[in-house]
Design a protein around this ligand. Structure first.
Ligand code: ADP
Ligand code: ZN
Ligand code: ZN
Length: 738
């Protein structure tokens, strides 16, 4: 169409550059109206990229002769609705991160890669009705078929290609043979659950506190307000969510529920499914591309009335949003630690404001930030101080282990306590936040310690596989047969990990059945569920595990919870350590006595008089939090100030500091009053994965001052020459100072 004015497409492209790029419409453009939110494929650098149209411009930002044509417009209708574009813009400004990358984070992988938006689900194989009743002895001459049949029996929901590909031998041939017998069929798995027509379970009558909480939020449906629900473990918070979601559904609206990564269990989904009896979309990081796109589309089109998801689900478009809920709002998994370092909890509040819907943040151990916001009247505080139903608070006690004999980290009084609970038919949960057999391998003759070659860290001994593994970079090697420094063969594991604890408990209680739950023991799909089932069925009476056990699980028969070793949390240099410790201890303690059996919690410690431990035994989280807030205020730390952390890393040990020195000089040249900076200093773990790391911390009592510096400063850093020798990133509101 020569002569006609052509719109200029301003496109956000996923790239580290903090700007958008202008293009002419593609050659086959038919003149139809274009809207922001359309995906566009464009030439970029030497390749092509999928970007998002963010604006139509009249005049290009570059010389017209340098303008290139877009390759194609991928959608007829914008995939990203205006409110998601707006949220992405907000995040881009607040986190000082390129808009194209924010939008890429917000989109499901399939859309990011330019695929068409119609979801298709994932292909799976499953048993037919005759396959389910087929007897394996009909397959005596066909061991491969028998093995695949047995595998399918263990996976009633079907097997995806990824799992099948891991099977040894000719599984394809076996599947073909089985399907010729009419025993298996292919199907599609979707991350969208449509309800089975089941009678709805009886809803418990709300207690007074729950009623007040529910009424409080109900009064805000249809407008924006933020609520902080502080409810002790087992107080019936989930029941409160369910009532509120029912109310939103009754108004014809949708609800979005964010849960922590390890809180999104099949039981939770089943509970929501049973109670709400409506179509549910589930979004988490283990979905296949197709499943994720399905769930996302169902939410956007409004077919899924309730969306449950982990962190990135905060970006899920909703057709008729009515309510946003963030469960366990203090959980660290809401903060992304790479790329766009956003807090999904904070974005949920921003999104609720833009959508004019209420936001409910909830936790048994709220973050100090949220409690502070409640104190400042920005959030409305709702409280559930008592456990729901018949359950009562567990009794908590410090076990002074100073100068007591310890074997594999277990003291004599703890062992006899375990024996007592087992004898009374209770179950026992032991918590130790360190996986592997032992955190160090030491030469008893010369003092040599096995270290990671790429990190400033010790290697952890994993006994089961007889290997040393670095928990920071994943490096792995066989255990040294002899000390590389002196040749001695007297190498000893020092310290306790969950593997060692499991072995010790099996020795002490050979008849009780011990189950270990940590990242190593639950790597295989379904193994976590299998382990939890054996606990629920009562076969395993002792549970050992890391913080994977701390959240969400309901073990009605656990009467004793023991925290084996939490002392290191008392002496960390991180100013958030005491908050984290209090949250962890109370969350773990909350697993005890959840039903009608009273619970007991013991904490083994060498510091029984430590003020934090003393406070914790009162189990009054608000009291602990108030003390911690007081300290933060005196030190001028968040939430009484705002932080941004500039990190840099490089294989060259000098480069990060050189870059950060330049960054500090640039900050000095333009920092408004009220902004201070500290460093550069080496990161607490200076070398990691073979790269040296350093950081510069910026702090300001007023958020606006900090952001007034950050925007132009980051633009300058992009241009800085020594910035090319390092990998750098900015973390606004950092939670992890490593
Ligand atoms: P939370 O989410 O705070 O840990 P849940 O909502 O899971 O608590 O409730 C804990 C247990 O108490 C569940 O078994 C739940 O069914 C039960 N429960 C919740 N509210 C009530 C109530 N009002 N009356 C009786 N039981 C309740
Ligand atoms: Zn040695
Ligand atoms: Zn390492």
């Amino acid at each position: 169409m020569p002569g006609l004015p052509q719109p200029i497409l301003r496109v956000a492209v996923p790239s580290p550059l903090r700007r958008s790029f202008d293009y002419l419409p593609p050659p086959d453009y038919d003149g139809r109206p274009l809207a922001a939110g359309l995906r566009v494929e464009v030439p970029f650098g030497r390749g092509r990229a999928v970007g998002v149209l963010v604006q139509l411009a009249e005049r290009p930002a570059v010389a017209p002769e340098r303008l290139k044509r877009a390759l194609q417009i991928l959608d007829r209708e914008p995939e990203l609705p205006p409110d998601i574009l707006e949220l992405a813009r907000w995040a881009s400004n607040y986190y000082h991160h390129p808009l194209g990358e924010v939008l890429a984070t917000a989109m499901p992988e399939a859309l990011r890669r330019g695929k068409p938006a119609a979801g298709r689900g994932e292909r799976i194989w499953r048993l037919t009705a005759s396959g389910r009743t087929a007897a394996a002895d009909q397959l005596r001459g066909a061991p491969r078929q028998a093995a695949v049949l047995a595998l399918l029996h263990r996976h009633p929901d079907g097997l995806d290609m990824e799992t099948l590909r891991r099977q040894p031998g000719d599984w394809r041939g076996a599947l073909r043979a089985l399907s010729a017998r009419g025993w298996v069929e292919t199907g599609v798995r979707r991350a969208v659950h449509t309800p089975a027509p089941e009678p709805q379970p009886v809803r418990p009558t709300l207690n007074t506190d729950q009623r007040l909480a529910v009424d409080g939020v109900l009064g805000a449906l249809g407008r924006f307000d933020t609520f902080l629900l502080y409810g002790v473990t087992g107080s019936g918070k989930t029941e409160v969510y369910l009532r509120l979601i029912e109310a939103a559904l009754a108004r014809g609206q949708q609800a979005l529920v964010l849960v922590p990564e390890i809180g999104l269990t099949p039981q939770l989904v089943a509970r929501f499914q049973r109670r709400l009896g409506t179509t549910l979309a589930v979004l988490h990081s283990h979905l296949s591309e197709g499943e994720r796109l399905d769930a996302w589309t169902a939410a956007r089109e409004g077919h899924a009335r309730v969306v449950i998801g982990t962190r990135s689900a905060v970006f899920t478009p909703l057709h008729r949003p009515g309510l946003l809920i963030v469960d366990e709002e203090h959980d660290l998994s809401y903060k992304q630690q790479d790329g766009l370092r956003y807090s999904a909890r904070d974005l949920a509040v921003i999104r609720g404001r833009a959508l004019a819907v209420p936001v409910l943040l909830a936790s048994a151990t709220p973050s100090l930030e949220s409690l502070y916001n409640a104190e400042q009247q920005r959030y409305r505080l709702l409280q559930l101080p008592e456990r729901a139903g018949a359950a009562v608070h567990p009794h908590m006690e410090l076990l002074d282990v100073r100068s007591r004999p310890m074997e594999d980290g277990l003291s004599e009084p703890l062992l006899s306590r375990i024996a007592r609970h087992l004898a009374r038919d209770g179950q026992v949960l032991l918590f130790l936040n360190r996986r592997g057999f032992a955190p160090t391998l030491l030469c008893h003759d010369c003092g040599w310690i096995a270290e990671c070659h790429r990190c400033d860290a010790h290697m952890t001994l994993h006994h089961g596989r007889q290997r040393l593994r670095c928990h920071h970079c994943g490096a792995e090697r066989p255990v040294d047969p002899a000390c590389p420094a002196c040749g001695s063969v007297d190498l000893r594991p020092v310290g306790q990990g969950t593997e060692r604890m499991e072995a010790a408990l099996r020795r002490h209680f050979p008849d009780s059945g011990v189950v270990r739950i940590d990242r190593d023991s639950t790597r295989r799909k379904g193994s976590m569920e299998a382990k939890l089932d054996s606990v629920r069925r009562g076969e395993a009476r002792i549970l050992v595990g890391t913080q994977m056990l701390a959240k969400g699980h309901h073990f009605p028969d656990v009467t004793l919870v023991a925290l084996v070793d939490t002392d290191q949390g008392l002496f960390s240099a991180d100013f958030r350590a005491s908050e984290r410790m209090a949250q962890l201890v109370l969350q773990v303690a909350g697993r005890a006595g959840r039903a009608d059996k009273p619970g007991e919690v013991v904490i083994q410690t060498h510091h029984p008089h430590h003020p934090l431990l003393q406070l914790l035994t009162g189990q009054d989280y608000l009291q602990v939090a108030r003390a911690a807030l007081q300290e933060r205020q005196e030190a001028g730390l968040p939430p009484y100030s705002n932080l941004a952390l500039l990190r840099a890393e490089a294989p060259d040990p000098q480069a990060p500091a050189a870059f950060l020195e330049e960054a500090a000089a640039l900050a000095a040249a333009r920092a408004p009053a009220g902004v201070e900076w500290f460093g550069p200093v080496p990161a607490p773990m200076e070398r990691r994965q073979g790269r040296y790391r350093a950081q510069l911390l910026l702090q300001a009592p007023r958020r606006a001052d900090l952001h007034r510096l950050l925007a132009p400063w980051v633009a300058e850093l992009e241009q800085a020459r020594c910035g090319r020798k390092v990998r750098w990133s900015l973390d606004v509101d950092p939670l992890d100072m490593m």
